[in-house]
Design a protein around this ligand. Structure first.
Ligand SMILES: *[C@@H]1O[C@H](CO)[C@@H](O)[C@H](O)[C@H]1NC(C)=O
Ligand SMILES: *[C@@H]1O[C@H](CO)[C@@H](O)[C@H](O)[C@H]1NC(C)=O
Ligand SMILES: *[C@@H]1O[C@H](CO)[C@@H](O)[C@H](O)[C@H]1NC(C)=O
Ligand SMILES: *[C@@H]1O[C@H](CO)[C@@H](O)[C@H](O)[C@H]1NC(C)=O
Ligand SMILES: *[C@@H]1O[C@H](CO)[C@@H](O)[C@H](O)[C@H]1NC(C)=O
Length: 465
C-alpha cells in the first residue's frame, strides 16, 4: 500500500467549520434524561416522547440566527423532494413508535422469527415496532470511494473483529443498503481505523497525522462529489470504529466529531461520546473470526465458581481489582495469568458471575464473552455507555459494581439471592441473540442491533433541504 496516497490538503476542516454558519440541520434533542449508566435515553423516554410539539430544535448554526424552518422556506424553489419524502417517512415512523410506547407492554406484534418480550427490554413492544419499521424503511448508502485495504475492508479476527465484520456485512448487504444515494437516510463512510493504523502508521515515528490526512481527505472527496455532506453537515453520516483511536480519528473534522453518528467501541462519555447521536459498538474478540464453540455454558446448578476474571493489568480499575482479589479467594477467582491447567472459556462456562472491568479503554470484550457463556456479567467501569442500552435494560441481566465497591465484591455477589441470580441468568440467555455474530447476518442479531442503533439516532435528527 503506497503511503503517499493520503497526503493531501486538510484545509477543508476550516471550510466546513465556517459552513456551520449556514447550517440547515435541526437536531431533535430529546427532552428527558435517564439516570444511572444509561445517559442515553431509553426508548420510552426518547422516541416515546417525541411528538412534534415536544421536539426541541437546536440551531446548529454558528450564532443561532438560522433555523431549519426559515432556511427551507427561503430555499423553496430548490426544494429537495427526495429528502422531504424521506423525512415524511421518518416522521410517520416516529409517530408509530411513540404510539407503541403508550400501549401496554403486554401487547405483541406478530413475527415468525422472534417476538421481543420480557424484562431485558426497556419497552419490548416499542422496540419491536421500531425494529419492524427499520426493516421496512431504513436505507443506508455506502460511499464507494476509497480502495482496500484501508476502505471497504477491516480486521475480521481478534479484538477489533467487529470493525471488519461490519464493513464486510455492509458490503454485501441487500436489505438496508441502497445503491441510490437519493433514497438513503444515512451515508456510511467505509474506512477502517484499524487498517489506517496498520498500513499508514509508522510505529517508530508514531505520527498520528496519518489519521488526520486520511479522514480529512476522505470527507473532502465525498463532500465535493456529493451534495449530502454539505446538506446535513454530517448529521446523517455514519462512521464506525472499534479501535481505541476511533474517537481520535473523527476529531479532525469537527462535524464528524460533534454532528455525525459515530458507532464506537470506545464509548467513553468523558471523551465526548454523546449517546444522543453516537452509538456504542459491542467489542467482540473473535480469535478465529468465528463464534463456534463460544456460545453456551453450564446450567446454574453446575456453575461451581462464584466469579471469575483473567486478564492483564492495565487501566485504572484492574490494579484495584488485583490488589483486593488476585489469587486471594477460593470462590472469587481473579488471575492476571490463568494457570495452564485451566481453559479460559471453560472457566466462563462454569462461573456464575464473570467480572468485566474496563482496561485501557472503557469497552471490554469480556462483556460479550460472558453473555456468550451464559455467565452473568459484573460490570465495573466509569463513563461507559453500554451497547444497545437505548433498547436493553442492562440492570435486568447484569450486575453493576462501582469502583469503590471492589473491596466488597464477594459480599455483594454472595448477597444476591439464588432466585434472583437464576432469573438474571435466564435473561442473559435471552439477550444472547442480540450479540451473536452470524455470517450472513440473521434478524435481531448483533449486525441488526447495530443498524437499529443507527436507525434510532437518525430518527433523532430532522434534516431540511
Ligand atoms: C449572526 O450572523 C449573521 C450573518 O453571519 C449576522 O447577520 C447576525 O447579525 C449575527 N447575529 C448575532 C446575534 O450575532
Ligand atoms: C433558533 O433560532 C431562532 C431564530 O434565531 C430562535 O427564534 C430560536 O429561539 C432558536 N432556538 C434555539 C433552541 O436556540
Ligand atoms: C393496560 O393494562 C392495565 C392493567 O394491566 C389495564 O387496566 C389497561 O386497561 C390496559 N390498557 C390498554 C390500552 O390495554
Ligand atoms: C460542499 O461545500 C464545500 C465547502 O464549501 C465546497 O467546496 C463543495 O464544493 C461543496 N460540495 C458540493 C457538492 O457542492
Ligand atoms: C475515559 O475518558 C476519561 C477522560 O479522557 C479518561 O480519564 C478515562 O481514563 C477514560 N476511561 C478509560 C477506561 O479509558
Amino acid at each position: 500500500m503506497p503511503k503517499q496516497a493520503h497526503r493531501r490538503s486538510y484545509q477543508n476542516v476550516f471550510v466546513l467549520f465556517a459552513m456551520a454558519f449556514f447550517a440547515i440541520v435541526s437536531v431533535v434533542v430529546m427532552p428527558k434524561a435517564h439516570g444511572g449508566i444509561s445517559t442515553w435515553l431509553g426508548l420510552t423516554s426518547t422516541i416515546g416522547m417525541s411528538s412534534d410539539s415536544q421536539f426541541r430544535f437546536n440551531n446548529i448554526s454558528g450564532n443561532g440566527s438560522f433555523t431549519g424552518k426559515s432556511v427551507s422556506k427561503r430555499d423553496n424553489d430548490k426544494r429537495d423532494v427526495n429528502l422531504e419524502r424521506l423525512e415524511a417517512g421518518l416522521a410517520t415512523a416516529r409517530e408509530l413508535i411513540r404510539e407503541a410506547t403508550k400501549l401496554n407492554q403486554t401487547s405483541t406484534l406478530e413475527d415468525a422469527d422472534y417476538v421481543p418480550h420480557g424484562d431485558i427490554y426497556r419497552n419490548a413492544y416499542a422496540f419491536h415496532r421500531s425494529y419492524l419499521l427499520m426493516e421496512r424503511l431504513f436505507k443506508i448508502f455506502v460511499y464507494e470511494e476509497g480502495e482496500p485495504p484501508i476502505f471497504h475492508n477491516g480486521p475480521c479476527k481478534n479484538i477489533y473483529s467487529m470493525e471488519g465484520l461490519f464493513l464486510s456485512f455492509m458490503g454485501t448487504d441487500t436489505k438496508f443498503r441502497t445503491l441510490d444515494p437519493e433514497k438513503a437516510h444515512v451515508y456510511f463512510l467505509p474506512f477502517s481505523v484499524v487498517m489506517i493504523i496498520e498500513y499508514l502508521f509508522d510505529p517508530i515515528i508514531r505520527d498520528k497525522a496519518v489519521l488526520q490526512r486520511t479522514v480529512v481527505d476522505y470527507v473532502r472527496v465525498i463532500s465535493n462529489k456529493y451534495p449530502f455532506w454539505n446538506r446535513s453537515l454530517g448529521a446523517d453520516h455514519v462512521v464506525l470504529s472499534c479501535h481505541d483511536w476511533g474517537p481520535r480519528a473523527t476529531w479532525y473534522v469537527r462535524q464528524l466529531y460533534f454532528v455525525a453518528i459515530r458507532v464506537l467501541c470506545n464509548a467513553n462519555t468523558s471523551e465526548h461520546f454523546n449517546p444522543k447521536k453516537d452509538a456504542s459498538f459491542p467489542e467482540i474478540n473473535l480469535k478465529t473470526g468465528e463464534i463456534t464453540g463460544l456460545i453456551g455454558g453450564f446450567p446454574p446448578s453446575k456453575r461451581s465458581i462464584l466469579a471469575f476474571f483473567a486478564g492483564q493489568m492495565h487501566g485504572r480499575i484492574r490494579p484495584l481489582l488485583f490488589q483486593h482479589w488476585k489469587e486471594k479467594d477460593k470462590d472469587l477467582l481473579v488471575y492476571e495469568t490463568l494457570p495452564k491447567k485451566f481453559s479460559y472459556h471453560d472457566m466462563l462456562k462454569k462461573s456464575k458471575y464473570c467480572i468485566c472491568p474496563s482496561g485501557h479503554e472503557v469497552a471490554s470484550p469480556r462483556i460479550v464473552e460472558a453473555i456468550y457463556a451464559e455467565c452473568v456479567p459484573v460490570l465495573i467501569s466509569q463513563h461507559y455507555v453500554l451497547p444497545f442500552s437505548d433498547v436493553l435494560d442492562w440492570e435486568s441481566f447484569s450486575i453493576q459494581v462501582s469502583v469503590s465497591e471492589i473491596p466488597q465484591l464477594k459480599e455483594i455477589l454472595m448477597g444476591i439471592p439464588e432466585e434472583k441470580y437464576r432469573r438474571m441468568q435466564e435473561r442473559v440467555k435471552q439477550v444472547q441473540r442480540h450479540f451473536v455474530v452470524n455470517n450472513p447476518p440473521n434478524r435481531f442479531d448483533v449486525f441488526h442491533m447495530i443498524i437499529h442503533s443507527i436507525w434510532l439516532r437518525r430518527l433523532n435528527v430532522r434534516i431540511y433541504s
